[in-house]
Design a protein around this ligand. Structure first.
Ligand SMILES: [Zn+2]
Length: 294
């Protein structure tokens, strides 16, 4: 029995209170409470290299994630001096921050597409399977680095901090789920190739999603429900097999996300986009989603 499961039919106020409580419990389980509630950490950005010419600049940078740990990022910014929306672009297992720019990959180069369409983007690495700092958790460190990517965006004078989205596929879809759930600065979340149940993920999958206390608190649907009433699109492909991110299972999980969206008066902001492909991004649907919500 999960203690943090959502009770359908709650008032909007009770739904919001549930979200606040579950977020706090999850930050404790993720061993991030000290960072989340602590003083702001200076980014201390360093630009490694930068290039222009495609209608946007693309830079490789490093910045501080915690007081003692720095991370790498690829950031793009449209040419000109106007204020722009931004998307955190997140890769999956076996990839890195560069693969979301690769149009020949299962990511369809969605970061590059967004960069060329007037969005700022930031891509970081979340594929590590070792814990960097003592006392942390793998999933906690991955999520914190994603939160710091939003800190970077929010601090940039050309980025409209009221129009920040996140998108990812597979492990990246999982991290987009976590980021949208736990950081309310995200106003549009696209989570591809991930909507399923934790029971399903116990088998035939890398168990890096799991940590002490998680299953007692929530299932994935509850984590997604923390994004309500903000825009959320899940994408699942019809070619996903029964042991992977199978559409029938995604449909069932969706039914458990819907109540929080309805109770918060935002049923129209939640969608499951089912496409004909497999474990991949549906790029046209992604573009349409961000055009509409950012
Ligand atoms: Zn893994």
């Amino acid at each position: 029995m999960r203690s943090g499961g959502y009770s359908p039919g709650s008032t909007a106020a009770a739904a919001s209170a549930w979200q606040t409580e579950v977020r706090a419990d999850l930050f404790v389980a993720l061993r991030l409470s000290d960072l989340v509630n602590g003083p702001g950490i200076s980014l201390r950005e360093h630009v490694v290299s930068s290039e222009t010419g495609a209608g946007y600049s693309r830079s490789e940078i490093t910045f501080a994630s915690t007081p003692t740990r720095r991370i790498n990022a690829v950031v793009t910014l449209p040419d000109g001096d106007g204020v722009v929306p931004a998307v955190v672009c997140i890769h999956g297992h076996g990839g890195d921050r560069f693969v979301v720019f690769d149009s020949a990959s299962i990511y369809k180069g969605f970061a590059q597409k967004l960069a060329g369409s007037g969005y700022a983007t930031i891509a970081i690495d979340v594929g590590q399977h070792e814990v960097y700092e003592q006392g942390r958790l793998l999933m906690g460190e991955r999520l914190w680095d994603c939160i710091r990517a939003i800190d970077w965006l929010a601090a940039h004078p050309r980025i409209d901090s009221s129009r920040i989205g996140c998108a990812g596929l597979s492990l990246g879809g999982e991290m987009a789920m976590w980021l949208g759930a736990m950081d309310t600065r995200v106003c549009a979340e696209l989570s591809a190739g991930f909507l399923t149940t934790m029971d399903q993920m116990e088998h035939n999958h890398c168990l890096c999603w799991k940590f002490d206390g998680l299953r007692e608190l929530v299932d994935y649907a509850d984590i997604y429900a923390l994004t309500a009433p903000r825009a959320l699109q899940c994408q699942n492909g019809l070619q996903e097999t029964e042991t992977q991110f199978h559409v029938p299972l995604a449909r069932r999980a969706l039914l458990q996300i819907e109540p929080a969206y309805s109770d918060l008066g935002a049923a129209g902001c939640l969608s499951l986009h089912i496409h004909n492909g497999g474990h991949e991004i549906d790029l046209p649907a992604l573009e349409l989603f961000f055009q509409r919500h950012l």
